[in-house]
Ligand binder design. Structure first.
Ligand SMILES: Cc1cc2nc3c(=O)[nH]c(=O)nc-3n(C[C@H](O)[C@H](O)[C@H](O)COP(=O)(O)OP(=O)(O)OC[C@H]3O[C@@H](n4cnc5c(N)ncnc54)[C@H](O)[C@@H]3O)c2cc1C
Length: 615
């Protein structure tokens, strides 16, 4: 684990003076580190000013938004503290603050407003693991110049669109941050010619900093829609780059399958238009395995699709009737049957989310009268271009299967299906997601029929129970099945497949498991270490047992797993490494779980990113 292997170097840095230091010894030898203010190569104040002049004055010196909540506003944040406190839990606000990201643990909780997870008065407000400077670019040339300048000086570069990434991949200590926020141009073209073909496509051309809300609105004006994120505050940049799924994946595949062209600025400052005809290697890399790794995507050309006529929604909720052991066994048997039928449901045109919970978590989110044993399950289902009667019929069959397998021992509710227009269902509702905080660390796999349906029910039952293990059993845990993909990703023509995770082509569920306790007031590095150790001991072996051949969706998985290379990239890894070496020869772009990232050790304590050689 790169971030957590602490080097022998412990530098007396200001940014962590209040943070307890952990003294671990590295088993690797430090070869050289990326530039930091301690290096002689670090640019002087005048050098930074010269860079600023050369890019039209768009360089921002990092001023943490919450600085105004600390005595004397040490970084002169222009944002009022009460406004920051009020909005800290909303990812959409972190997207608007240049330096900020949704999960502060990756910034070393360096400047968290009081009252929020991760706040510790003793820590105060410092730059921590935030970038040093931000390029608030409006033009590609500014990005190109700034990246080339930083690469020549061996400075780490990070790319941020919204900062939503669960593994903190849009921040980094001593880095220069390229903020794509202003690249929000959108244009609808009904007859865009596909490079290398005589055919045309109905496309939306979107700037690399666009968020899905804006893209959906623009597509809707043209009576079309797109395959994108369910949460509309997510950016196209990180979502498409790492594959990307959404409610329409069941019909049209992944977000990355829709990309017909991408414009990319590399760390050497080259501007590449990449499509089926030119720069095919980097075009392949940025469609599925590319977030923050190969260059800044400044523009996407995306296939659009007809608007579905309607959406039918329904929900199924169940838990055990009482606390007896017999009842719990019956519940697990019913749950295993329910899960095994999910692929059939997806093949019949239904997509959605199944959340299964235990402990206090179940009590918090479901109207359960008492603490129950075993999972409490709530499933939201939707289908497009269909009827209420068809949904009712399919769910009735599912519920009968559940009932038979559990011996009828369940408290069960089925919400009467209802129909609405696609736009009523999917219209962007901004700032509706108070999901930000100190961390949201979980692990996941892309599961197909082999793992869900084609194994004996007792075996499935066993795997499900293992995935329910929680570090704090009283608190409980969450196991989520985003039932997606299925026929949609399988039918995408092979010539549009790229570097996305191979498991998407057979997956029916993006399955995510929580369970580790993260103490957000503890030292962030130690807290991350403890949580990733817990997952490595408890959940990753359970996945490896259940789904040894399955991959993981990089945007919804554990970046610290010891098998990340296999999980994220499989046999595409070597090809990706070659492409990375070609377009980012100085390895300026480093992210957790990125291609070639194991050659570096990122120390959240010292902030240093250092090349390591095995002894
Ligand atoms: C509430 C919530 C709901 C979500 N729902 C979905 C969902 O329905 N479907 C889904 O697929 N995912 C979903 N995600 C996961 C989401 O796709 C990832 O968090 C993704 O990393 C967000 O990308 P971003 O650009 O918004 O974030 P950032 O944190 O800004 O970027 C993420 C990564 O991509 C890189 N990157 C960003 N922009 C660019 C660019 N223009 N060029 C090159 N690299 C870039 C960054 O360097 C970073 O490595 C959800 C996330 C959240 C928080």
């Amino acid at each position: 684990m790169y971030q957590l292997i602490l080097s022998a170097l412990t530098l007396p840095l200001g940014f962590l003076t209040n943070t307890p230091q952990t003294s671990l010894t590295s088993t690797k030898t430090i070869a050289h580190c990326k530039s930091s203010p301690q290096s002689i190569t670090w640019p002087s104040h005048d050098d930074w000013s010269a860079l600023n002049r050369s890019i039209g004055g768009c360089l921002i010196r990092t001023a943490p938004a919450a600085s105004s909540c600390y005595k004397g506003n040490p970084f002169n944040s222009p944002h009022n503290c009460s406004e920051v406190m009020e909005h800290w839990k909303f990812g959409a606000y972190h997207a608007h603050w240049p330096e900020s990201i949704s999960y502060s643990i990756f910034t070393n909780n360096s400047c968290v407003p009081p009252g929020n997870n991760g706040y510790d008065e003793r820590r105060g407000c410092s730059i921590g693991a935030l970038p040093r400077y931000i390029v608030n670019a409006t033009e590609e040339d500014q990005i190109a110049k700034a990246m080339a300048w930083a690469s020549e000086r061996d400075i780490r570069i990070v790319i941020k669109s919204t900062g939503h990434d669960f593994n903190g991949r849009a921040t980094g200590a001593y880095s220069l941050l390229i903020w794509t926020h202003n690249f929000q141009n959108i244009e609808h073209r009904p007859d865009w010619r596909i490079p290398g073909s005589k055919d045309t496509a109905d496309v939306l051309i979107c700037g690399g900093g666009t968020i899905w809300a804006s893209a959906y609105e623009a597509a809707y004006k043209a009576k079309r829609t797109l395959v994108g994120s369910e949460d509309v505050t997510v950016g196209l940049g990180g979502q498409i780059s790492n594959g990307g799924h959404g409610i329409l994946s069941i019909h049209h595949g992944l977000s990355s399958d829709q990309v017909l062209q991408a414009t990319i600025i590399t760390s050497e400052g080259r501007r590449l238009v990449a499509n089926d005809e030119q720069n095919q290697d980097i075009f392949w890399a940025v469609r599925g395995a590319g977030g923050g790794q190969f260059g800044v995507v400044t523009e996407y050309v995306l296939s659009t699709h007809p608007l579905p006529e309607n959406v039918v929604s329904s929900a199924v909720t169940f838990w055990s009737r009482d606390d007896s052991e017999m009842m719990e066994d019956a519940l697990w048997a019913g749950f295993a049957e329910f899960v095994s039928r999910l692929p059939d449901l997806v093949d019949s045109g239904i997509t959605g989310t199944v959340d299964s919970m235990s402990g206090r978590m179940a009590l918090k989110y479901l109207p359960i009268p008492r603490n129950i044993s075993g999972p409490a399950v709530t499933a939201k289902f939707v289908a497009f271009n269909t009827t209420v009667g068809s949904m009712r019929h399919k769910l009735r069959r599912l519920v009968t299967q559940l009932h038979n397998a559990s011996g009828g021992n369940l408290s069960l509710t089925v919400t009467e299906p209802f129909s609405e227009t696609f736009w009523m269902y999917s219209k962007p509702r901004l700032a509706s997601s108070p999901f930000a905080g100190a961390s949201r660390f979980y692990t996941g796999r892309l599961l197909g029929r082999a793992e869900l349906s084609d194994l004996p029910r007792e075996r499935l039952n066993h795997h499900l129970r293992r995935m329910f293990v929680a570090e704090d059993p009283e608190e409980g845990t969450l196991l989520r099945f985003d039932i997606q993909a299925g026929p949609g990703t399988a039918k995408v023509p092979k010539e549009r497949w790229a570097s996305e995770n191979w498991s998407w082509r057979t997956a029916y569920s993006l399955t995510m498991a929580w369970g580790a306790k993260i103490n957000s007031t503890e030292d962030p590095s130690s807290a991350l270490q403890a949580a990733s150790d817990w997952y490595e001991k408890n959940k990753e072996p359970a996945w490896r047992d259940w789904a040894p051949a399955a991959g993981a969706y990089m945007n919804a998985a554990n970046g610290y797993s010891t098998t990340w290379k296999h999980d994220f990239y499989g046999d595409k890894y070597e090809k990706l490494l070659e492409i990375k070496q070609k377009y980012d020869p100085k390895e300026s772009l480093w992210v957790v779980g990125g291609v070639g990232s194991d050659k570096w050790n990122y120390d959240l304590h010292s902030g240093l990113l250092c090349r390591v050689d095995e002894e």
